[in-house]
Design a protein around this ligand. Structure first.
Ligand SMILES: [Zn+2]
Length: 161
């Protein structure tokens, strides 16, 4: 792998060959996929289901196995770390986004997780900070990987250019 450290995404964090292929296209575009007009919102990608001044919410394009819901909560502003969020964004997350989830989806139990900072450390794929909002299917376990990929994982061999 010879991707530069300042790429908008981390190819090593792909979870499967389709995801790897999509990330490779994003690297080639040179544009952040979560900024306005980014690839996460183009073509066949799922629609934004909620948006306000500070945040947008979309269905995950790569939902984790055994999830009833898997949403991505993305700040409108390009930040890469949790501590870069400002007070208005933090307040809006709690009082707008989470309230909206409870009201619309009637969710009482969920997982809210985020990777902040260097994808090589966190195992994140997109540098633009975001939360994963997950609700497991009834009686099922959801597994997420944090940190580096399993040794020997290389999806570049599985895709043909
Ligand atoms: Zn961005």
């Amino acid at each position: 792998m010879n991707e530069s450290d300042d790429s908008v995404v981390n190819l090593n964090s792909a979870r499967n060959s389709k995801y790897y292929k999509d990330l490779k296209e994003i690297v080639e575009s040179g544009r952040c996929p979560f900024c306005p007009g980014g690839q996460a919102f183009l073509g066949s990608k799922k629609h934004i289901i909620y948006k306000n001044r500070f945040w947008m919410v979309k269905c995950s394009d790569y939902p984790s196995e055994n999830t009833k819901y898997h949403f991505i909560i993305i700040p409108i502003r390009h930040v890469e770390k949790l501590d870069e969020l400002n007070k208005d964004e933090v307040v809006s997350l709690h009082f707008d986004i989470l309230e909206w989830f409870m009201r619309i989806y009637r969710i009482s139990s969920y997982i809210l997780t985020a990777r902040s900072g260097d994808p090589k450390v966190t195992g994140g794929s997109v540098r633009h900070f975001h939360y994963q909002f997950l609700v497991p299917e009834d009686d099922k376990a959801v597994t997420m990987r944090f940190g580096p990929p399993p040794e020997g994982q290389d999806f570049s061999k599985e895709i043909s250019d």
